[in-house]
Design a protein around this ligand. Structure first.
Ligand SMILES: NC(=O)c1ccc[n+]([C@@H]2O[C@H](COP(=O)([O-])OP(=O)(O)OC[C@H]3O[C@@H](n4cnc5c(N)ncnc54)[C@H](O)[C@@H]3O)[C@@H](O)[C@H]2O)c1
Length: 490
C-alpha cells in the first residue's frame, strides 16, 4: 500500500477537523468533512461554515483548494465512509462519543482503510476497547496540532494490534504527503507534547498568580526568558480557549497516575479560572480572556485582566529589571532577586523535573521530547535544551561535560525537594545505548517518587541530571536565604 489517498473523510468539523480537512486538501486529497445536523440552519451547515472559517483564517494554501472539501453531515452522508481510504475522527474529546462513532465506522468501512483519531489526551488502548481485532488492526492516533496547516508536529501512536503496514503507511503519508515531523509516541495520556505542555501551562499559570505577576509580566518572562512564542502563557490560553480547561485538562488529569505531579497544579480547581468561565471569558473565541480588545478603528483598545481583582484594565508594556539585566542568560534570570526571577526558577525547575520524570514512559529518547515541544508548541528549545542552556549559563564548558561522561548522573526527586547524587559506575545497569530509563532506587528511601536520568553517551541525559544537581545547589541557597526548612516541590 502506498501513500496515495484518493478519498478521506474527516468527522467533526470543529477547529481541528476543519483545519485537518483543509490541510489534506492542500496535499491534493478529496475530502468529505462531516459534523452533526444542527438544530438550526442547513443540514450540513456546520461543515459549510467550518470551510468558510478555514478560508478566512488561512487553513487552505490556495482558496481554490477549498473545492476539494465537500461539506456533509453524519446522518445523510455516512455512506461516504464506506469507500474512504482514510477516516479521521476529530469530534469532541469525549470517550463515549468517540467510541460510538467507531462502531458506526467499523460497520461500513472497507478493508485496509485507515481510521485515526485526533484525540489529544485519551490513550489508544482506551479508544479501541471492545472494538475487535479488525478495527484495532487499522486504527491509530494521528495527533495534529493547532492550526494543522502550520504546526509541524504530528504525534503518531499505534497499539500492539495495529498492523505494521498500517503504521508505516500512515507515517509516510503524514511525513511525505502532509509534510509533518512525525514523532512516534508511547500510548500514554497526553502523549509527549501535551503531557508536558499541559503541565507547563498549569504550572506557568498558577505560579504567576502565586508570585503576584501581572498577565503581561508572566507572558514576557515566558516568551523572552524561555523562548516560547510571544503569546507566552496567558496569550496562549486565550488562543486555544480557556473553555478547554474543564474538558482537556480534566480529561488528562482523570487518566494520569495518582502520583503524577500535575495533580499538584490542578487548573480545573482554580477559582480565578472558574470565575472567568462562569462569566463566559473563554479567550479569543468568546468575549475576551486574559486579554481583550474593545472599540473599533482608532477607538480600539487592548485590555488585560487583573489577576487579583478580575477586572479589566489597559494593557501595559511590562518593564522587568530581571529580563533587562539577565538578557539571554537563563541562570541570571532564575537567580534575579525579584518575583519575575523566582517565577522563572519555579517554572523551569518544575518543567525540567517533570520532563525528566515522565520522559522514560512517554518517549523513546530525550530528543523526541525536545522536538515535540519545539514542533508542537513552537518553543525555540525543549525542556532538556533549556536545562542545557541553564548549565551553559552556569559556565559548564563542553570538556567538563565530557569528564563526567563516564559517570551516571542520577537525579532523584524527593517529595520534600530535590536531591541529586552522582554515582561512579552503574554501567552494569546500562543496556545497549538506551540512555534513559526508570528503575527503583531502594537505597534512597524514604524517597517516594523517583525520576532519574542516566546517560553514558547522550550529553542530553547528562545535562538534565546535571541541571538537577545545580538546581539543588540554588534551591539550598534560596532555602538558606529565607532561613526556612526545605519546602515541598509543589
Ligand atoms: N483544539 C485544539 O487545539 C486541539 C488540538 C489537538 C487535538 N485536539 C483534539 O481534536 C478533537 C477535536 O477538537 P476541536 O478543538 O476541533 O473540538 P471542537 O469542539 O472545535 O469541535 C468538535 C466538533 O465535533 C462535532 N461533533 C460532536 N459529536 C459528533 C459526532 N458524533 N459526529 C460528528 N461530529 C460530532 C461538534 O459538533 C464539533 O463541531 C478533540 O479530540 C481534541 O481533544 C484539539
Amino acid at each position: 500500500m502506498g501513500t496515495s489517498i484518493k478519498k478521506a473523510v474527516v468527522i467533526g468539523a470543529g477547529s481541528m477537523g476543519s483545519g485537518i480537512a483543509a490541510h489534506l486538501a492542500n496535499a491534493g486529497m478529496n475530502v468529505v468533512l462531516m459534523d452533526i445536523v444542527p438544530k438550526e440552519g442547513g443540514r450540513s451547515s456546520v461543515a459549510e461554515n467550518a470551510i468558510q472559517r478555514q478560508l478566512a483564517t488561512g487553513g487552505f494554501m490556495l482558496p481554490a483548494y477549498a473545492s476539494l472539501v465537500r461539506a456533509a453531515n453524519i446522518e445523510d452522508d455516512f455512506a461516504d465512509v464506506a469507500d474512504a481510504d482514510w477516516i479521521v475522527e476529530a469530534v469532541i474529546e469525549d470517550m463515549a462519543v468517540k467510541s460510538n462513532l467507531y462502531k458506526s465506522i467499523e460497520a461500513v468501512r472497507k478493508d485496509d482503510s485507515i481510521v485515526s483519531s485526533n484525540t489529544s489526551t485519551i490513550p489508544l488502548s482506551h479508544l479501541t476497547e471492545g472494538l475487535g481485532k479488525r478495527f484495532a488492526g487499522d486504527f491509530l492516533i494521528t495527533h495534529f496540532f493547532n492550526p494543522p496547516r502550520y504546526m509541524r508536529l504530528l504525534e503518531l501512536v499505534s497499539g500492539p494490534e495495529t498492523h505494521r503496514s498500517t503504521v508505516m503507511r500512515t507515517r509516510r503519508i503524514c511525513d511525505e504527503v502532509l509534510g509533518k515531523t512525525v514523532i512516534d509516541c508511547r500510548d500514554k495520556p497526553g502523549f509527549i507534547a501535551n503531557r508536558i505542555g499541559n503541565y507547563w501551562m498549569s504550572v506557568a499559570t498558577l505560579e504567576a498568580i502565586k508570585h503576584g505577576l501581572t498577565v503581561e509580566e508572566a507572558d514576557a518572562v515566558m516568551s523572552r526568558g524561555f523562548g516560547v512564542p510571544k503569546t507566552g502563557i496567558f496569550g496562549l490560553f486565550d488562543l486555544v480557549g480557556i473553555n478547554l480547561v474543564p474538558l482537556v485538562w480534566r480529561s488528562l488529569l482523570d487518566i494520569l497516575p495518582k502520583d503524577d505531579d500535575h495533580h499538584h497544579f490542578d487548573l480545573t480547581k482554580n477559582s480565578f479560572i472558574g470565575t472567568m468561565l462562569e462569566k463566559g471569558l473563554i479567550g479569543r473565541k468568546g468575549k475576551g480572556g486574559f486579554y481583550r480588545q474593545t472599540g473599533k478603528g482608532k477607538d480600539r483598545i487592548r485590555e488585560t485582566i487583573d489577576l487579583n481583582s478580575g477586572e479589566y484594565r489597559l494593557e501595559q508594556s511590562p518593564t522587568l529589571d530581571a529580563l533587562d539585566t539577565a538578557g539571554k542568560n537563563l541562570r541570571k534570570l532564575c537567580e534575579h532577586d525579584s518575583a519575575a526571577g523566582r517565577y522563572t526558577w519555579s517554572v523551569l525547575k518544575h518543567l525540567v523535573c517533570y520532563s525528566s520524570e515522565v520522559a522514560p514512559s512517554v518517549a523513546d529518547d530525550v530528543i523526541s521530547v525536545d522536538t515535540a515541544m519545539q514542533r508542537g508548541y513552537n518553543w525555540s528549545e525543549g525542556p532538556f535544551q533549556l536545562a542545557d542552556r541553564y548549565l551553559r549559563d552556569h559556565g559548564i564548558r563542553p570538556h567538563q561535560r565530557l569528564e563526567i561522561n563516564g559517570l551516571m548522573s542520577i537525579a532523584v526527586m524527593v517529595d520534600h525537594g530535590l536531591g541529586v547524587s552522582l554515582l561512579p559506575d552503574w554501567s552494569a545497569l546500562w543496556s545497549g545505548g538506551l540512555s534513559i530509563a526508570r528503575v527503583p532506587l531502594p537505597r534512597h528511601a524514604p524517597v517516594r517518587r523517583i525520576g532519574f536520568i542516566w546517560g553514558v553517551q547522550r550529553p542530553h541525559a547528562h545535562l538534565a541530571g546535571l541541571f538537577l544537581q545545580h538546581a539543588e545547589a540554588v534551591f539550598r541557597k534560596q532555602a538558606g536565604k529565607s532561613n526556612s526548612k526545605r519546602k515541598p516541590r509543589k
